[in-house]
Design a protein around this ligand. Sequence first.
Ligand code: ATP
Ligand code: MG
Length: 242
Amino acid sequence: MRWAGSSSTPSLKGVKLVRTFGDGTTRRAALQVVDIDLFPGQLALLMGPSGSGKSTLLAVLSGLLQPDSGQVLADDDGTLRDVWALTDKEREQYRRKHAGFIFQGYNLFPALTARQQLEIVLKWGEGAGPAAAKTRADEMLDKLGLAKNRHKKPAQLSGGEKQRVAIGRALVKNPSFMFADEPTSALDWENGQKVIELLRDAAHQRGASVLCVSHDHRLLPFVDVYYHLDDGRLERRALPSE
Ligand SMILES: Nc1ncnc2c1ncn2[C@@H]1O[C@H](COP(=O)(O)OP(=O)(O)OP(=O)(O)O)[C@@H](O)[C@H]1O
Ligand SMILES: [Mg+2]
């Protein structure tokens, strides 16, 4: 079922975003005046060469990295708020409540088992009780084909299994915004498809806005909109079906 609220009002707007790194002769613009609108119920794909600024854009939109200029306007229970005008504490609360992030390098806690990686998000982010957190963590691990791995720590998991735990951790709290940085890069096509379907469900069935970075053109038929970033400049491109 397509999410009924799929609408023409963006839930997240990046406005004239500029971000540079370094200074003097090493100064380099990772984002050069990027405008982007993300809509509820939409799965957007972001492609582009290595070093073109994809991870930088995700970090800026998700409130992790401050832009040099421009705004990130995010829907917070009906009001558009400038994420970078919030205090650090407010921004942290906003991120915890609304945003899920799958990092390019997994960012799992080495000392925790697969189940604990998910439980901690539910307990800490939502104040879920231990029994509810355990049930929801196990349901998500099941969906990702990780039921047998729930008691393993990252060092005991393969690259693809770690990647799926990181995906589960981002999805388990049902975020309004999902930022996924190459979530399928360590997976075979069958598992990659499962993951993109979960991201699509988050958008189409729950109304989340999902922005997914990938180099894999096979994902194009699964997505609603496709952006290309090249040298910090963003362009919307037509999908094969358009
Ligand atoms: N912390 C940093 N300090 C200095 N330069 C940085 C930093 N982070 C990113 N950059 C530079 O900004 C540019 C964009 O980097 P970014 O990580 O956003 O690229 P990307 O499109 O995600 O690449 P990849 O596909 O390899 O992950 C690159 O030239 C990179 O070297
Ligand atoms: Mg990157």
